[in-house]
Design a protein around this ligand. Structure first.
Ligand SMILES: NC(=O)C1=CN([C@@H]2O[C@H](COP(=O)(O)OP(=O)(O)OC[C@H]3O[C@@H](n4cnc5c(N)ncnc54)[C@H](O)[C@@H]3O)[C@@H](O)[C@H]2O)C=CC1
Ligand SMILES: O=C(O)C(=O)COP(=O)(O)O
Length: 525
């Protein structure tokens, strides 16, 4: 039974779903990285929010881990390349808390406009400072969005309802989408100089880190108010403090900080500064959404292989997964076969689908080919890390669909490119289920690829099969299945046979010494 660890505070529905889906679940929150490292080894799944840091160090100890599920959006607390390299799927819940977070940004914008926290503190202190708290209206003000994705576009929608003019800097925002969400697409400099309010809604990446740098903050309009419900690393906090002190920035509301938990910050106590402790996603509705979603996604993956919202693997629906499973087995075997047989440096891998296979999602099939192929050299390769490792090796990977149906109702062909040219193998599914090789390096040969096998290339001459059979019999090697193919009579022929025990170097040497043998190899599936 797969085991899941919930390591950050999560709605109880997550644990309930894991149990209902037949998984074992432990909820152990608030652990230090060292404590987590000590227990992670037995778990197949790890469900987190933003507190748990999935570092290379934690992953190293996570010897059984197959999936990390982030009940939320931002995954900057997960080292995705390290997870991918270890073959761990990383999933998030990209929409579950977006409305809630957008509403928090709007709440902070109002709080800044009317100095609500200070006014509240003063009033409750019995001061009744009616003249101290003069606010500004939002109507007709310019709101500058940095990042106009899911959350940014909801903020834009709400702000337009408040009669604000919304401008957005987002290099990936298309002009059509800008029109659709009712924002004016602008450059960052334009936004900085025009916005009365600036709100950040980008992920934290190498491109967005410090996007409101000291230099960029200095380009803002005097009296600007800044809201950050995205990630702490997006703003230079020291520069922000100075600009608040000088009065250039009229107000700043941060829900997120460079270092969290932020129990101490030079910004604390600065006039015009408001903070919340990373509450963007903290509503009952959002937490129920993300807990249910992450648990369903992780349970799907651990029980059916279905993949939804993975950041390091193509999606594969729970309905698709059973249909693709036999294809993935076929693809792994074909990948493994070319991996074992192809000599020399491989520079490209092409995966072609014909007939029924052409109707399917090819991404998982390709990942399985690459996994089978790369596993020949490393047994830690799986479908998650194979595409990543292939990229690292500079392999040119292509997927090709053919509408035509050939001799088989469904066919997957794998062609690898080497310095000596291309070599290709192809297979089908018998009864839509059982993987079967049908072509090897241009020669038609039908074989099940399973267990230890012996592969021989020979001259097609009478008597050869008998001599090979005799040799194997004398060596006490039991033959399970025997498959033959040839290019043309008297030309190059191949023998593929399954044997009960792995082929020993000694047996291989004797096979190679037989007359008419060009080459021989032991294979394993
Ligand atoms: N405070 C909180 O509790 C929460 C914070 N978040 C944060 O909000 C972020 C945004 O979430 P979504 O809108 O759902 O993500 P999203 O992926 O839908 O949108 C992000 C947008 O940022 C844009 N972007 C990327 N690089 C950029 C750059 N260099 N400059 C400008 N724009 C850039 C993208 O094109 C995209 O449109 C998350 O990554 C997360 O870090 C999300 C939920 C809750
Ligand atoms: O979803 C996100 O990106 C968030 O930042 C929410 O964080 P949390 O789950 O509340 O720790």
């Amino acid at each position: 039974m797969p085991k899941v660890l919930i390591s950050d505070k999560m709605d109880p529905r997550a644990a309930q779903i894991f149990r209902e889906r037949g998984l074992e679940v432990d909820e152990i929150t608030g652990k230090t990285p060292q404590e987590l490292r000590a227990i992670i080894g037995t778990y197949d799944g790890l469900a987190i929010r933003s507190s748990t840091k999935v570092t290379p160090d934690l992953l190293e100890a996570a010897t059984n881990l197959k999936v990390v599920g982030r009940a939320g959006i931002g995954v900057d607390n997960v080292d995705i390349p390290a997870a991918s390299a270890k073959g761990v799927v990383v999933m998030n819940t990209p929409f579950g808390n977006s409305i809630t977070t957008a509403e928090h940004a709007i709440a902070l914008m109002f709080a800044l406009a009317r100095q609500l926290p200070e006014a509240d503190a003063s009033t409750q202190a019995g001061k009744w400072e009616k003249n101290r708290f003069m606010g500004v209206e939002l109507t007709s003000k310019v709101l500058g969005l940095i990042g106009a994705g899911n959350i940014g576009s909801i903020v834009a929608d709400r702000a337009r309802g408040l009669k604000m003019r919304v401008i957005a800097f987002d290099p990936f925002l298309t002009p059509e989408r800008a029109v659709e969400i009712g924002v004016e697409k602008v450059s960052l400099d334009d936004l900085l100089s025009r916005a009365d309010f600036i709100t950040l809604h980008t992920p934290l990446t190498d491109q967005t880190r410090n996007i409101l740098s000291r230099e960029n903050l200095a380009k803002t309009k005097k009296g600007v108010r800044i809201i950050n419900c995205a990630r702490g690393g997006l703003i230079d906090e020291a520069a922000l403090k100075e600009l608040l002190d000088s009065g250039h920035v009229a107000g700043a509301a941060l829900d997120v900080f460079q270092t969290e938990p932020a129990t101490d910050s030079p910004l604390f106590g600065t006039p015009g500064f408001i903070s919340t402790p990373h509450l963007g996603a903290s509503t009952t509705e959002a937490q129920v959404n993300v807990a249910i979603q992450v648990a369903e996604q992780m349970a799907d993956y651990l029980t059916t292989g279905g993949v939804t919202n993975a950041l390091n693997m193509p999606s594969l629906s729970a309905e698709e997964a059973p249909k693709l499973k036999p294809y993935m087995a076929l693809a792994e075997k074909l990948g493994s076969l070319v991996g074992q047989l192809a000599h020399g440096a491989i520079t490209s891998v092409a995966v072609e689908a014909e007939g029924a296979a052409a109707e399917l999602n090819l991404k998982p099939i390709t990942s399985a080919v690459l996994a089978g192929f790369l596993r020949v050299h490393s047994d830690t390769v799986n479908m998650v890390n194979a595409p990543f490792l292939a990229r690292e090796r500079g392999l040119d990977v292509r997927e090709i669909r053919h509408e035509r149906e050939g001799d088989y109702h469904t066919l997957v062909r794998v062609t690898v490119g080497t310095r000596d040219g291309e070599r290709s193998v192809a297979g089908t599914l018998v009864g839509n289920e059982a993987p079967r090789l049908v072509e090897l390096f241009g020669i038609k040969v039908e074989a099940d690829l399973a267990g230890p096998m012996l592969y021989v290339v020979n001259e097609d001459r009478p008597g050869f099969i008998g001599r090979l059979g005799t040799l194997l019999g004398e060596a006490n090697v039991n033959i399970g299945t025997f498959h033959l193919g040839r290019r043309q009579a008297g030309g190059e022929a191949i023998v593929l046979l399954s044997v009960d025990e792995p082929v020993t170097p000694d047996l291989l040497a004797r096979v190679k010494a037989l007359p008419d043998v060009r080459t021989a190899m032991g294979l394993n599936f």
